[in-house]
Design a protein around this ligand. Structure first.
Ligand SMILES: [Zn+2]
Length: 234
């Protein structure tokens, strides 16, 4: 494992990658992490260049306390995703972050976690979200799951419920008691890397989905949206 210290835009930070990890240098040539030297420049997905300040080989089999803390830092462990690479992203990304265990939560998490860029830097078109999933279990135990993302017309919670209603024969059966609505997940970028964040429901969703919501926090979004939906209380 290599610890790479670098500067990008106005910040100096670290990332951890295997020796074989592929970066793109400023000539758009593929280079392995092991071949990088101090002063080399590598390309981030947003087009910025990072300058390598220092590369140190670290032994993750016998990490000291300081290294353990750095390896557990989500931002540091995520930083390499900020860079153009030849490797497929999906498997790497899942292994680098703790996905939720709940299968319902996993759906919007994975939708938000899809790669934004192909290895050549072209955007994939995968929407960053926020994504939400909603589940209904009928009286005989059949599971129905809908999902969707926020847009100008509706919140992500609305989108998931609308999709769920499309999949259930008799929508009048759906109530706040027998529908479960996941947290909302959104893909975000900071200068330091790529993160999947959760967003709390807005007051409107809180009022209209209440007990169906897994997320008990209340956000401050009160944006006017035309496509609002709701679930009745049983
Ligand atoms: Zn909302």
């Amino acid at each position: 494992m290599l610890e790479i210290k670098y500067t990008i835009d106005d910040i100096t930070t670290l990332m951890y990658v295997d020796q074989v990890h592929i970066f793109s240098n400023f000539n758009k040539q593929w280079v392995t992490a092991a071949s990088l030297k101090t002063g080399d420049k590598i390309i981030a997905r947003n087009g910025s260049q990072a300058s390598i300040l220092r590369i140190v080989e670290v032994d993750t089999r016998k990490p000291n306390a300081e290294l353990v803390a750095k390896l557990r830092d989500v931002k540091l462990s995520h930083n390499h995703h900020f860079f153009v690479t030849q490797q497929p992203q999906s498997a790497l990304e899942v292994s680098c972050e703790q996905p939720p265990n709940d299968p319902l939560e996993l759906i919007p998490y994975q939708l938000a976690n899809k790669p934004s860029y192909l290895p050549n830097g072209e955007p994939t078109g995968h929407h960053s979200g926020p994504w939400v999933a909603a589940k209904y279990v009928d009286e005989v135990g059949n599971e129905f799951i809908g999902w969707g993302r926020a847009n100008d017309r509706h919140c992500a919670e609305d989108a998931a419920v609308i999709d769920l209603k499309d999949k259930v024969a008799d929508v009048s059966l759906l109530t706040q008691q027998n529908v479960t609505i996941s947290h909302a997940y959104i893909r975000k970028y900071s200068k330091r890397g790529r993160l999947i964040n959760t967003m709390s429901p807005c007051q409107y969703c809180r009022d209209n989905y209440g007990m169906a919501l897994n997320d008990s926090r209340v956000g401050d979004s009160n944006v006017v949206k035309a496509g609002r939906d709701h679930l009745p209380i049983a």
